[in-house]
Ligand binder design. Structure first.
Ligand code: ZN
Ligand code: ZN
Ligand code: FE
Length: 333
């Protein structure tokens, strides 16, 4: 019997996802379940989304036991999806054709829309983990989408502060950042619809954010043009990271969109990349002060890290040029 539940954390005011059936999931080195021809994926595809076979959340959740009085247990209702970005077993978002990258963006939008229709789902969280150091269990390039029965704490916090900023200044904080940082030193790259920036308030060594120029809330609202622009800036971002050191860089990519129930006009969708390498051979850990207190320490001026990224971006463009790709946007010198 496996159980899927969410448990209330009474000190932090958020939910933990508890799933007992996941301990048996495949861990590396087994035959790849995502390569073409595998039972899950079949043949004749370029980008596909599937249900995760070992989901943390379930559409038929069973609760293990009642919660003690100081907490609460609810069914772990939700969906976990996998988006397989290429039939190739190796690679990253920068080795996929532009056409398929646009398709990838379309799938994320379509999944958001479909998952949002479920009355129980309050939040759709698309993310991408890459690299063994990040804990990836299957190497084949893929992203994941969690459809959650609650709004994650970080999103609640962003929503609260975007709303507060709007109340105090009458504008949107991300719209203001895009305006003020435009043409400035922290911007690495920008195209018609998005900017790539190492934020003033970065927490991880080469953390970068992608901000849309247009104020909107959900991936399902992307226009056809914006889908192409997003594919372009994702490609540039990942190619830049993979040119930073002499190896393919581990990272987490998270898409922060608005909750899918109710109206959240203050929210401005964006994408965040977290990297853990300070140098080629030195890692940044979320240790006592960072994880224990959520107070991040940054061991260099973020403005100096931007210079490293700009250098990497130049190398990336050369490499992409050899792959016949020319960026749609411009690099900030
Ligand atoms: Zn594979
Ligand atoms: Zn905005
Ligand atoms: Fe965010």
């Amino acid at each position: 019997m496996s159980f899927n539940e969410i448990r209330w954390h009474p000190l932090l005011g958020t939910w933990n996802i508890v799933a007992s059936g996941r301990a048996t999931r495949p861990w590396r080195d087994v035959k790849c379940p995502f390569c073409p021809g595998a039972p899950e994926t079949g043949e004749g595809w370029d980008v596909i989304s599937l249900d995760n076979r070992y989901p943390s959340l379930s559409t038929t959740p069973v609760i293990s036991a009642a919660a003690p009085s100081f907490s609460e247990t609810r069914p772990g209702y939700g969906r976990c999806k996998v988006v397989i970005e290429t039939p190739d077993h190796e690679g990253d978002l920068d080795t996929i054709s532009f056409k398929n990258l646009v398709k990838y963006v379309e799938i994320l939008g379509r999944e958001t829309e479909e998952l949002a229709r479920d009355p129980e789902i309050k939040y759709v969280a698309p993310f991408r983990n890459k690299g063994e150091l990040i804990g990836v269990s299957i190497h084949h390039p893929h992203s994941q989408i969690y459809a959650l029965p609650f709004i994650p704490l970080k999103i609640e916090r962003e929503l609260e502060f975007m709303t507060r900023y709007n109340r105090e200044k009458g504008t949107c904080v991300i719209c203001d950042i895009v305006k003020e940082e435009q043409g400035g030193g922290r911007v690495v790259y920008s195209n018609r619809d998005f900017i790539l920036i190492l934020p003033f308030y970065a927490q991880w060594p080469h953390e970068c954010h992608i901000y849309p120029r247009r104020h909107f809330q959900l991936l399902s609202e992307l226009t056809a043009m914006e889908k192409e622009s997003l594919a372009d800036i994702l490609l540039i971002t990942v190619a830049m990271y993979n040119s930073l050191f002499s190896f393919s860089l581990p990272y987490m990519m998270v898409i922060h969109q608005a909750p899918v129930k109710g109206q959240h006009p203050q929210y401005h969708l964006h994408i965040e990349f977290y990297t853990i390498h300070r140098y080629a051979d030195k890692l940044k850990y979320a240790a006592g002060i960072e994880w224990g207190y959520w107070a991040f320490t940054y061991d260099e001026l973020p403005e100096n890290r931007v210079k490293e990224l700009k250098q990497a971006a130049r190398k990336a463009v050369e490499r992409l040029g050899k792959q016949q790709y020319s960026p749609l946007g411009v690099f900030q010198p």
